[in-house]
Design a protein around this ligand. Sequence first.
Ligand code: PPS
Length: 607
Amino acid sequence: MDGVLLLRPGRDPNPPHGGTLVNLQVSSERAAELKAAARDFISLDLNPRQLCDLEMLATGAFSPLTGFMGRADYEQVCSSMRLADGTLWPVPVTLNVPLATAERLAAGQKVALRDIEGTMIAVLTVAEIWRPDKVREAEALYGTSKPTHPEANYLLNVAGEACVAGTIEVVELSARHDFLSFRGAPAALRAAFQAAGTHLVLAYQTHKAMHRAHVEFTRNIARAHNAHLLIQGVVGKKDLGETTHYARARALRAVLDRYPPDGARLNLLDLSTRQCGPRATLWHAIINKNYGCTHFVVGHDHHDLGEYADGAPVYGRFQGLELAARHEHELGVRLVPMRNLIYEEDHPEHFLVGRTSQRHVSVPDGHSPFGRPERGHEIAQWFSYPAVLRQIVPPRQQQGITLFFTGLSGSGKSTVAQVLVAKLMEVSSRPVTLLDGDVVRKHLSSELGFSREHRDLNILRLGYVSSLIASHGGIVICAPIAPYAQTRAQVRGMIEQHGIFIEVYIATPISMCETRDRKGLYARARAGLIKNFTGVSDPYEAPTAAEIAIDTSNISPQQAADDILAYLFAGGLIEPPADAADAGHVAPEAQAAPRTQRPEAEPRPAR
Ligand code: PPS
């Protein structure tokens, strides 16, 4: 690690991995030729991960790879972190497809690789179709083949069973519309460094925001090495409509003025990381080398996953650094280990290495000792910058909220939801969307019936629409029966990535629902005229840990809506208007403690 690299100013001080920067993009004439011929090609729609990989291959960020791997490279990479020709390369980059797709392909055939919108990105001329040993790959890469590791789970349960390899001709890279000034391909960045006479470049790669300690560390270490800093913000593998990366990119952009003029540059990296701990460290060092970096910052838990649910660490501390350090000479990149930093009250602007203090900041981890900033814990100003926090922790009142009602037919879901919409509109100017069960079935799920499969599909559609609204800071009220606990949990998972999820169990007993029977459905169900009727001839799994539970047997819909409103006020999720009580906008009881099960609503990162 401390070995000195021989860098000769004037020449290329750090050639790409394998010696040549790969460029798979073809001339405009060839692109036109391929587009014209594409009508007869079989198409493969790539998922977000595959699109990221293709872009990295296309621009040379994965040099010396010139395409998705064939079996020979794959096997060597799994067993010894080397390509078949012996070049150091730790991570398989394969194009996995379902067996049924592989069976339609043959060597020599041309395949159109398309993005989510159907645009042809590249043409692959098939050379090899082969089957990977996914269990062996998972063990080699992740140290486990258990699905508790999310990447092992993806590999074993989502990725296709066959792989396709061959020559790739890139016709047109996926269009980008955001942060264009922070998106440079390796060749462009190399040229920019060369034009500026920058021979030493220190890469700091992160998929999180940078706080004061990260900035202090990188600024000092870049100065100590007399190097320019390249902040590589990983924003790859996002789903359509996903907005998290905007907040992350804005947060990274917000620290740029903390560096000397021309001392640091931000680049957004569409890399689909693999969370493979030690191998990821080595891989990222290679990728950054391809971007022209001579130095690479490595944390003790570089791109780690933390712990499994039982508390066992996924990877050992420092393993990545140790692995990369063993190959440092061959890599030709100087590794710069991160250190834990100290905050000293006497020096509020500085984090000094190697001293003791109560306020100890673990830089690689980067989270506040007071809790994860993304979770909305109060953050001390010494930990981060207001401009950064504004991006990743917006005020609770601006975070998207989904109120997910569940309950039997006739329990009062729709009525309470309608009253709640009216009350929310009275007190807040935030947009409120009501997705009632009946209405959703009419417009979104008109072809669905009431089998378990169809009910689940219906609820997942509802969850998807809600997650989109929540990701833009809206308030959504859903009011389906949603009888299955597992499906409700799945929807919670989808939405909590984007905002706050509050389950509202309308716990009115079936006897009361049946007495009301406004639609006459229970009578018909009892008479056997409606099959699979929830509560009568189909199950309803009552929530056991809903944030709010309300039995409408003995309270009015207005009181029920006030209870929910009170929950939102108590959690600081909605700001009560200053004049609310005086002007009679909010019933006085709505300002009192709500009759709820879990009064503490957990704030979520906003996007
Ligand atoms: S689910 O299970 O969440 O997909 O159901 P949901 O979309 O909320 O639709 C429930 C409304 O459909 C009417 N309906 C039935 N409900 C339950 N079981 C059966 N078999 C059934 N057939 C029709 C009923 O009017 C429900 O509306 P609400 O407002 O709940 O009474």
